[in-house]
Design a protein around this ligand. Structure first.
Ligand code: SF4
Length: 393
């Protein structure tokens, strides 16, 4: 089974913390962009064959991310879904997610999403506290966000997810509980909790790095408080029926994001559009990774994906660890022995034992290795220790 990701990089305004390849473009660009994606949809089979990749025909997940896909017109949504269903066998049971920004979901668009078979909407709320949402450039308030969630549910799209960010300017433990409380009150079945990313790809991140005062960088909570917010969220959401299943993701049982699980389980997916990543397997099972440019104009003119890069065995093993360990279900040593070899897995046993001693890893369900709660907070350190291991035979 295949997953499809479509990047829709259009936003109404740019949020201060945003480090995605997205921007504010006139609506006239939307048409050209969707037409460009359609070219890739048509060309994909030939490209896969040329690269020696297996391309599963059946699609069981589609994810429109962004950007703010809900800014596309009903006509473009219909065109896109018609093209997708023409080029792939999209299963009737497929999970089809569209990311939306609260306050930016026109009634006609919502109606079209339901008509097109969308099963899941993911709302980038980030905070239900009005002053926090405003401070990062979001265009909604709490009332609008809650009303939009209700509208989506009333339209028959029952799987709704909400994103929140821990670490926004001015955030406190009390205001965090306000956001978590609103999330619980909304009755959604899925939540993503991200810790603020600090890098030079966002305006807020750049201000933080140079200790500047714009975008309220000076009011960003310290690392200890951000870690506390994250830890509190895990307990709070569990208390409201949303169990953690990945470092940043929480769901009621059965509402986990099937599309995102593919990334962590290293199942094949194709990414279309700007700055989209893909993973396919060769007929012998080797991993191929490729992607598209993050430059909008270059993408419109480009021939599409980069040449696929075939991972070597060591890189595949690294991925098996750092993607699989993101999941609470952890990594099965038996599965790794089957995919690689017993001796390849043996090379990691001393690292696992050390990380267990440091309370960063633990065994769950027999032979599965998973991060502890502490390990989830320090996941980059854990992944770094795995990557330092010697080559796989
Ligand atoms: S955070 Fe989302 S809505 Fe805000 S600018 Fe980035 S992609 Fe657009």
């Amino acid at each position: 089974m295949l997953g499809l990701y479509l990047s829709v990089p259009f936003c109404r305004s740019k949020c201060t913390y945003c480090n995605f390849a997205s921007g504010v473009f006139p609506a006239s660009h939307h048409d050209r962009y969707i037409a460009r994606i359609e070219q890739d949809l048509i060309a994909v089979r030939k490209r896969a064959k040329h690269s020696g990749a297996q391309l599963p025909q059946a699609v069981d997940s589609i994810y429109l991310g962004g950007g703010t896909p809900s800014l596309l017109s009903p006509t473009l949504f219909r065109r896109l879904f018609t093209s997708l269903r023409r080029e792939f066998a999209v299963l009737p049971t497929a999970e089809i997610t569209v990311e939306c920004a609260p306050g930016q979901l026109e009634p006609a668009v919502l109606e079209t999403l339901a008509e097109c078979g969308v099963t899941r909407v993911s709302f980038g709320v980030q905070s239900f506290v009005d002053r926090e949402a405003k401070s990062i450039g979001r265009l909604h308030n709490r009332a609008i966000a809650l009303e939009d969630i209700r509208r989506v549910q009333a339209a028959g799209i029952n799987d709704v997810s909400v994103d929140l960010i821990a670490g926004l300017p001015g955030q406190t433990l009390d205001s965090w509980y306000e956001s978590l409380g609103a999330l619980a009150e909304s009755g959604v079945d899925h939540a993503s909790i991200y810790m603020l990313e600090v890098d030079d790809e966002s305006r807020l991140g750049r201000e933080l790095l140079v200790n500047g005062g714009r975008y309220r960088a000076k009011e960003v909570p310290g690392d200890d408080l951000i870690a506390d917010l994250y830890t509190e969220a895990i307990a709070y959401l569990a208390g409201h029926g949303l169990a953690q299943y990945e470092i940043s993701n929480f769901a009621r049982s059965g509402s986990e994001s099937q599309h995102n699980l593919k990334y962590w389980r290293r199942q094949p997916y194709l990414g279309f559009g700007l700055d989209a990543h893909s993973m396919l397997r060769t007929h012998a099972g080797a991993t191929l990774r490729f992607g598209t440019t993050d430059d909008f104009d270059a993408y419109l003119e480009s021939p599409g994906w980069s040449e696929p890069r075939r991972l070597d065995r060591e890189e595949e093993m690294d991925e098996a660890w750092f993607l699989g360990l993101r999941l609470n279900e952890g990594v099965s040593l038996a599965a790794l022995r089957g995919e690689f070899s017993a001796s390849a897995v043996r090379e990691f046993l001393s690292t696992i034992a050390e990380l267990e001693d440091d309370n960063l890893l633990t065994f769950v369900g027999g032979d599965r290795v998973a991060l502890t709660a502490r390990g989830r907070l320090l996941s980059n350190e854990v992944f770094g220790r795995f990557l330092a291991e010697p080559a796989v035979a």
